[in-house]
Write a protein that binds this ligand. Structure first.
Ligand code: MG
Length: 385
């Protein structure tokens, strides 16, 4: 036995919410599975063991399904206790080297692991770390700057932290009862020489919900599928002095008739969005028989459809709508419509297209009896594998 990886996965990760962060899905795969995989794949790592919370046994089993690794051991009250218990569990195997790593750093790469292993040629410990480039300030109780800290020789500690097994085991046993923030601190306390080796910007620790969102967009890059939806709508013209199309009021010698504000453009787009996620149509969600929607601003319907997309993990990529009428002229109002749609759907204006056409005087739109609109949208989803 030469090198063992000890992955610390016993934390509760309460800052992320929705259960321990190491079991949350990233691109459809648990965070812990990605982390374990990085070590299992490394040619110089002989075995992997996780330290888990006893309540997480079933989540753990699902996360590492199909992997060949040592049975997990239960952790303790603190991370330091968990690491010590993990080290004790490896005593019988007597590895030469142990790499201790946080489960919540799933983007650790082979180069970072290599650097730690290489660092052990010259020291009893070697940790992944990044030099501090930002200027550091110490604040006072009121949030004002009290001092500027000299950043020379300052580093951000990451994991993995690699050690000679016997040395770190002794250091942890003797640190019992002293609260230290990482294993390098345990080693330093025992007088071990620990060197800093290159970490990476990608090797982030997922701590907050924002970290999880960033991580999700990273893993899903280039691994998205697109779904398309189309929508069509017509509203009759009746007496009035204005129409509302794509959320923009346009003076006219008639008004569109409907239960809501009769925004034919937004209705077609809303149906396209619902269509792309196979979530029925606008009438399913907002029945005309429901008095709540009498005269309603149709952006309410559109925003609801956008929320359904987000709830399913989708991202609206673009919207394209064509308004079909002889009058009013749409062209002058196109920039306002694009801006309004971009706002409703949270899109860049480059991703919103509003077009107009006539029917050459033919049919109900040609005779000015009504206005029609058709729309298309693409919605992308991260591949869940
Ligand atoms: Mg309609």
């Amino acid at each position: 036995m030469k090198a063992a990886a000890l992955i610390v996965a016993a934390g509760r990760g309460t800052r992320v919410g929705g259960g321990p962060k190491q079991y949350r899905l990233l691109g459809g795969k648990p965070v812990l599975r990605r982390t374990v995989e990085a070590f299992l794949r490394h040619p110089e790592i002989d075995t992997v063991r996780c330290v888990i919370h006893p309540d997480d046994a079933s989540e753990y089993a699902a996360a590492v399904d199909g992997f060949v690794l040592l049975d997990p051991v239960s952790g303790g009250r603190s991370r330091q206790d968990s690491v010590r218990m993990g080290l004790e569990s490896l005593v019988g195997m007597a590895p030469d080297i142990v790499l201790i790593h946080d489960a919540a750093r799933p983007f650790v790469c082979a180069a970072v692991i290599d650097a730690c292993l290489k660092g052990l040629d010259a020291a009893e410990g070697a940790i992944a770390a990044m030099q501090v480039h930002d200027t550091l300030k110490r604040g006072d109780q009121q949030g004002a700057i009290a001092a500027t800290i000299d950043r020379t020789n300052l580093w951000h500690a990451q994991t993995p932290q690699a050690f000679r097994f016997d040395a770190i085991l002794r250091a942890h046993r003797s640190a019992l009862g002293h609260e230290l923030t990482d294993d390098a601190a345990v080693a330093e306390r025992a007088g071990l020489r620990v060197v800093l080796t290159p970490g990476s910007h990608e090797n982030v620790k997922i701590t907050t919900i924002a970290d999880l969102v960033d991580a999700e967009s990273r893993v899903s890059e280039g691994q998205r599928i697109c779904r398309t939806g189309i929508g069509f709508d017509v509203h009759r013209l009746g007496p009035g002095d204005r129409v509302i199309i794509c959320g923009v009021e346009i003076p006219h010698d008639g008004a569109l008739v409907g239960h809501s504000d009769a925004d034919v453009g937004l209705h077609a787009i809303t149906d396209a969005v619902l269509g792309a996620i196979a979530a029925g149509d606008i009438g399913t969600h907002f029945p005309p028989s429901d008095h709540r929607w009498r005269g309603a601003d149709s952006s309410v319907f559109a925003r609801h459809a956008a929320e359904l997309v987000h709830a399913r993990g989708g991202r609206i990529e673009n919207i394209d709508v064509t308004i079909i009428c002889e009058r009013p002229k749409i062209g002058p109002h196109r920039p306002a419509m694009v801006a309004k749609l971009a706002d409703i759907f949270g899109l860049q204006v480059e991703c919103v297209s509003v077009k107009a056409t006539t029917t050459e005087g033919l049919g109900f739109t040609g005779r000015g009896q009504g206005i029609a609109a058709q729309a298309a949208t693409s919605i992308s989803f991260a591949l869940s594998s």
